[in-house]
Every structure is written in structure tokens, then in C-alpha cells.
Design a protein around this ligand. Structure first.
Ligand SMILES: NC(=O)C1=CN([C@@H]2O[C@H](COP(=O)(O)OP(=O)(O)OC[C@H]3O[C@@H](n4cnc5c(N)ncnc54)[C@H](OP(=O)(O)O)[C@@H]3O)[C@@H](O)[C@H]2O)C=CC1
Ligand SMILES: CC(=O)N[C@@H](CCC(=O)OP(=O)(O)O)C(=O)O
Length: 345
């Protein structure tokens, strides 16, 4: 299958190139840039020397259609709402990595992203590709909205327990930490080396744009509205997200019962690894791979469960899950081209 990548000069785009190079059924036929068309991609990314010898193409839906069947949009929010309709109109399938098409309500998008929302018909058409939860809705679709990095880690850690009614949904707290590549390749004071090195900071408290995305999915699986406290932190490392999550347990369930519930929910899904009791996942143990690892501890004293989930933000949180969605869309094995062993140490 011939694919194109818009935003191929960003972290998500260049990670798509790394992973797609290993996909047995895919050929990247166009790498696209809005600012550097005509330049060799390997000029800006010397790690691609002799791997990609092509020049960057301009953003042009008809020209992309002449080269490719599917396009990944790895662009900042506010772009896919405009570009996806053009690409679909030209006859391309679209997988969008941004937040533009994830929220079904245009009002919610405008409130949290502070940008004009996409056309409601486009939002209706987009299928939310949280692969292990809604993957059965992806096959044969033309437009997939890839989940956010934090929501992927948080939701894979929460959905089975919320769907089973094992958590009091009004008590959910998500304490999230991300490496700096989650902020993209653009340079800013917040991600400057001397501001970040030897530092650890919380940001966007109660204002993060991933809050409505998490609540939308939890509400859907709970069958009633859910609100969650979600706090993000920046860690001085390049890749990785850890969500440490707390909630009051409804009923009486042990750590081992949580483990069994999750193993059953994710049975047959290769990319979620439920850890045995007493073993906590670390970001290094999934780095460079499409895995999400999850660990649990029930505290009988407080009646709460602690759930820890880790992903690589650029793989399971972005490019890897986008390729998993491509596989599901095409009816291929969802693991195709994604057999990456985590980079350790
Ligand atoms: N980084 C991460 O861990 C994750 C990112 N995401 C989402 O994926 C998307 C990409 O993120 P990321 O790669 O980190 O961001 P980057 O800032 O690293 O890259 C975005 C790229 O988009 C391109 N771009 C900017 N404006 C336009 C435009 N008007 N038309 C076409 N292309 C444009 C730029 O390339 P050029 O100037 O060459 O066109 C730029 O390199 C974002 O929406 C992000 O929120 C989602 C999950 C995780
Ligand atoms: C570390 C860091 O800054 N992360 C970004 C994640 C951005 C992102 O992926 O945004 P969308 O999913 O909404 O497109 C943030 O917290 O805003």
C-alpha cells in the first residue's frame, strides 16, 4: 500500500517514517512538508541518510492522491480540520494524529483547544482509534482519529475497570508524566534544556486539552458522564509517559482480581502487557515499542486501587498506534510492522 506523511519533519512524522520503513505491506511514496518542500528529507534528518533519498513534497491533496492511497496527518491541531476534507475528497484514506477529530462535540473542542472546530459531519465520520478498545470499529473506515498520547496511557489503564463497574467513577485521579518529545519538535522556553534539565514540573492543571478526550471515552464505557482529575508533568527525559491513577473501588476486589479482569479484557491483544502482582512497569521497559504495560495494587486500608500504565508517547501514543489503526482499517493483523522489542537499557 502506498502511503504519504504530512508533517514528516515533526517528531510524530519522522517516527512514522522509522516504523513504516519496517512494515511489510507499506511503501512510503510521499513525505510532505508545508515549509521545506523541495529539500531532501535526509538533509534535515541525517539519521535517514541512505534510507530516504527523496525530496519533501508540498501540501497538495490531488498531487498526494497521484502518489498514495492513504495519508497520515502528523500536524499541529487546527490543520487536520481543514486538510482532512481535502484529502478525503481527493480519494485518500486519512489517519489523523492530532486532536482535531477526537472530540465529537465541536463546542468542547473550541473550549479546550481554543481553535475553530472541524465540520460536525467530519467529526461524525471520524472513528476514534483506541485500538484495544474500539479497534473493531476501524475496519473498512476512511477516516481515523488517532488518540492522544496521554489518553492512550490513561484509558488503557482505566477502561476495563470502569466498564466492569469496579471503580467509583467520581473518584478517578490521573497523575500523568511525559518526556519532552511529547511537546513536538518546536523550540520553546518551556522545553529549553536549561529550564528542564534537573527539573520536574506540573503544567496545564485542570486545563489540559486531553481532559475531555479521556472523559468522553470513560463516559462512553461507563454509560454515564464521568469527570476525572488529570494533572500533567514534564520529566527531563526524551520519550515515555507514565500515568499513575487512583480511584475508590466499588465492591470488594483484590489486586489479583484486577489483574485477571485486565488479562481477560485484553486477551489476544499483543500490545497490552498486564504485569503480575508486585511488578510495576517503567517507561524504559516500553521505550521504542508499541507496548502499553500496566500494573496494579489494591490498598485494602483506603479502599482504593493504584493503576500504573506506561507507553512510549511517540510509538503507542502516536505513530505506532496510527500504524496499528492502518492494519485494522485494512483488515491486516494489527501487529504487522510493529514487532519492536523495547530499547533496553
Ligand atoms: N509528540 C507526541 O508525542 C505526540 C504528538 N501528537 C500529535 O501529533 C501531531 C504532530 O505532533 P509532533 O510531531 O509532536 O509535532 P511537531 O511540532 O514536531 O511537528 C508538526 C509538523 O507539522 C508540520 N506543519 C506545521 N504546520 C503545518 C501546516 N499548516 N500544514 C502542514 N504541515 C504543517 C510541521 O512541518 P513542516 O513545517 O515541515 O510542514 C511540523 O514539523 C500534533 O497534533 C500532536 O499533538 C499526538 C500524540 C503524541
Ligand atoms: C509533553 C507535552 O507537552 N505534551 C503535549 C501533548 C500534546 C499532544 O499530543 O496534543 P494533542 O494530542 O492534543 O494533539 C501537551 O501536554 O500538550
Amino acid at each position: 500500500m502506498r502511503v504519504a506523511v504530512v508533517g514528516s519533519t515533526g517528531y510524530g512524522g519522522v517516527e512514522l517514517i522509522r516504523l513504516l520503513e519496517a512494515h511489510p505491506y507499506v511503501e512510503i511514496t510521499s513525505v510532505i512538508s508545508s515549509s521545506s518542500a523541495g529539500a531532501p528529507i535526509a538533509e534535515g534528518f541525517p539519521h535517514l541518510t541512505e534510507i530516504r533519498t527523496d525530496l519533501l513534497d508540498a501540501v497538495d491533496a490531488e498531487a498526494t492522491r497521484s502518489k498514495a492511497d492513504l495519508v497520515f496527518l502528523a500536524t499541529p491541531s487546527g490543520i487536520a480540520s481543514q486538510l482532512a476534507p481535502q484529502m478525503l475528497q481527493a480519494g485518500l484514506k486519512v489517519i489523523d494524529l492530532s486532536g482535531d477529530l477526537r472530540l465529537k462535540s465541536p463546542d468542547l473542542y473550541e473550549r479546550w483547544y481554543k481553535k475553530p472546530a472541524a465540520d460536525p459531519a467530519l467529526l461524525e465520520q471520524a472513528v476514534f482509534g483506541l485500538a484495544e478498545v474500539f479497534g473493531n470499529e476501524v475496519k473498512g473506515q476512511e477516516l481515523i482519529s488517532n488518540p492522544g498520547c496521554y489518553p492512550t496511557a490513561a484509558l488503557l489503564g482505566l477502561v476495563p475497570a470502569v466498564a466492569a463497574g469496579w471503580l467509583d467513577p467520581s473518584t478517578i485521579i490521573i497523575d500523568a508524566k511525559s518526556g519532552v518529545s511529547g511537546a513536538g519538535r518546536g523550540v520553546g522556553l518551556g522545553t529549553h534544556y536549561s529550564e528542564l534539565n534537573e527539573n520536574f514540573k506540573a503544567y496545564k492543571i485542570n486545563k489540559h486539552q486531553h481532559i475531555p478526550e479521556i472523559e468522553q471515552v470513560l463516559g462512553r464505557v461507563a454509560g454515564k458522564p464521568v469527570v476525572a482529575t488529570f494533572t500533567t508533568h514534564l520529566v527531563p527525559m526524551t520519550r515515555g509517559i507514565m500515568c499513575t491513577m487512583y480511584a475508590a473501588i466499588s465492591g470488594n476486589h483484590s489486586t489479583q482480581e484486577f489483574i485477571e479482569l485486565y488479562r481477560s479484557y485484553y486477551q489476544g491483544r499483543k500490545f497490552v502487557r498486564v504485569r503480575p502482582e508486585g511488578q510495576w512497569p517503567a517507561t524504559k521497559e516500553v521505550s521504542g515499542s508499541n507496548y502499553c504495560d500496566i500494573g496494579f495494587a489494591v490498598d485494602e486500608r483506603t479502599g482504593r486501587v493504584t493503576i500504573v500504565s506506561v507507553i512510549d508517547n511517540l510509538v503507542k501514543g502516536a505513530a505506532g498506534q496510527a500504524i496499528q489503526n492502518l492494519n485494522l482499517m485494512m483488515g491486516w493483523d494489527e501487529t504487522l510492522g510493529l514487532h519492536f522489542v523495547p530499547v533496553y537499557p
